[in-house]
Design a protein around this ligand. Structure first.
Ligand SMILES: Cc1cc2nc3c(=O)[nH]c(=O)nc-3n(C[C@H](O)[C@H](O)[C@H](O)COP(=O)(O)OP(=O)(O)OC[C@H]3O[C@@H](n4cnc5c(N)ncnc54)[C@H](O)[C@@H]3O)c2cc1C
Ligand code: SF4
Ligand code: SF4
Length: 440
């Protein structure tokens, strides 16, 4: 009797780049390679060392542009064909690392939204996040919960239910009256350890940014700040989209090996969900408190910022008339102010106008300014750089006034007026005045 022929080993192949397909996503392929055989060129494309590659396929799987493939020699292809044709099923090699990660991730379920409040007054962004949180929870087939921390804040649970949550984790104690990182961090981490949510969303506000960073560090997970889009992929990963490289590309970031997945979103980026008064949910009261003596930060006095009180909050305005470098000087903003007043709105600005000192920082619209969603946004002498567009493109109506017909602002405009703003804006103001006068 002769020994049976040894079964040929399944070839693993080597990874290779397909021409003209890499989108230079930020070296994801390099970051996952377990044997460090991927180098990046100056233009952000990978060079794979074929000798070192062990054919694990990690880079192929992670590439968002399907720019990588596994290459097999003709001999290897033959073996693959033989194996496929043979009756005996080929035993797939189990990747123990992947199996351990999958087991760990499966322990986390549910979408949480941190409900930010100051002295019991909720921040609107929390409700906006419940809107997108509901979509994520439905896609994942899990519960949407609100995380409410504060003193005498139980009333926020019913508001959270009205905006779509079905559960609220409530931590209510005097120590949480004023926001202090240490106390809120302990409460958050206690709840995360106990209930293991897979997604946590927070507002990209002063409080949200501070808390999210501290929590992500403590629980050793990833955090994507200032997301402009959120979705779920087919492996339950949170797809977190945000501008990158100075706003020149939109990057989709994933945290596929750690949980919870954490993201912050700026106010006004997500639409407000429908408010359904009387909606019911479950309140989970957590009697977790932090000894006052263990908190180093003490609030001695609250000094209200009178400047910010008198400052204009452009984020809530229904009508915004914004000026850019085309305004030429600070005095010229008076014509925008007149138009804004006729409309009952406020004046905004591009970063160029703010950098030139023509308008205060709190009027800046865009990536490093405010995100706005007015009913009407009138852009005057603004070219429409991507960093400006990300802050206003979700306005119900955009009217652009620019003397350059090729200006990119016209691509997002509902109505475009090609002309000199110093003629168009006063003419608009005059017309509105006449119409108002006629109707009064
Ligand atoms: C990391 C980063 C973050 C940024 N964040 C922001 C941000 O938050 N917000 C922001 O706005 N920018 C931001 N920018 C800057 C952005 O890239 C642009 O430089 C800026 O938006 C341009 O401002 P502008 O449109 O006013 O000026 P310009 O690009 O100089 O455009 C002026 C426009 O006015 C028009 N014009 C001139 N005179 C007249 C006239 N008489 N009548 C009609 N039209 C006229 C011109 O045709 C031109 O289109 C950022 C940049 C970077 C790198
Ligand atoms: S297949 Fe695996 S080993 Fe080869 S380059 Fe890609 S990640 Fe590295
Ligand atoms: S993961 Fe894909 S898109 Fe990203 S750098 Fe590598 S090859 Fe290019």
């Amino acid at each position: 009797m002769t020994d049976p022929k040894p079964k040929p080993k399944k070839p693993r192949g080597i990874a290779r780049l397909l021409a003209d397909t890499c989108i230079a996503c930020g070296a994801r392929c390099q970051s996952v390679c377990p044997v460090n055989c991927v180098e990046m060129t100056d233009s952000g494309e990978p060079i794979i060392d074929a000798v070192k590659c062990i054919g694990c396929q990690k880079c192929v799987k992670i590439c968002p542009a399907s720019a990588l493939e596994m290459y097999f020699t003709p001999e290897e292809l033959k073996i693959l064909e033989q194996l496929a044709a043979s009756a005996a099923p080929v035993e797939e090699e189990l990747d123990p690392e992947a199996a351990a990660i999958a087991e760990k991730l499966a322990m986390y379920r549910g979408v949480w939204v941190f409900v930010e409040q100051t002295e019991g007054e909720p921040a609107k962004v929390s409700w906006e996040l419940l809107g997108v949180g509901r979509e994520l929870a439905d896609k994942l087939g899990v519960e949407l919960s609100a995380l409410i921390i504060g003193k005498d804040v139980e009333h926020l649970c019913s508001e959270a239910f009205a905006y779509g949550a079905t559960k609220a984790y409530l931590v209510d104690a005097p120590v949480y009256y004023h926001y202090r990182t240490e106390a809120y961090l302990e409460a958050c981490c206690h709840l995360i350890g106990k209930h293991r949510p897979e997604v946590i969303l927070m507002g990209a506000t002063g409080m949200g940014r501070d808390l999210a960073g501290a929590v992500a560090t403590r629980v050793a997970t990833g955090l994507t700040a200032d997301c402009t889009g959120l979705g779920i992929d087919d492996k339950r990963n949170l797809m977190q989209t945000r501008p990158a490289f100075g706003g020149n590309i939109m990057a989709t970031i994933m945290c596929d090996k750690f949980r919870p997945q954490m993201a912050t979103v700026r106010p006004n980026v997500m639409p407000m969900p429908e408010h359904k008064p009387g909606a019911q949910g479950t309140i989970v009261r957590e009697n977790f408190t932090v000894p006052e003596e263990s908190i180093l930060t003490k609030v001695l006095e609250i000094i209200r910022d009178n400047h910010s009180k008198s400052a204009v909050d452009i984020t809530g305005a229904e009508f915004i008339v914004s000026g850019g470098r085309g305004m030429m000087s600070p005095e010229n903003f008076a014509i925008l102010q007149e138009l804004a007043e006729e409309l009952g709105g406020v004046v905004g600005a591009s970063r160029s106008a703010v950098d030139a000192g023509w308008m205060p920082t709190d009027r800046q619209v865009g990536q490093t300014g405010k995100t706005v969603r007015p009913k009407i946004y009138i852009a005057c002498g603004i070219s429409g750089a991507i960093q400006h567009l990300v802050g206003m493109q979700d306005s119900d109506m955009v009217i652009a006034i620019n003397r350059d017909p090729q200006a990119p602002i016209f691509e997002v405009a509902s109505y475009g007026i090609v002309g000199d703003l110093f003629q168009v804006v006063p003419a608009l103001t005059k017309k509105i005045r006449e119409l108002k006068h006629k109707n009064s």
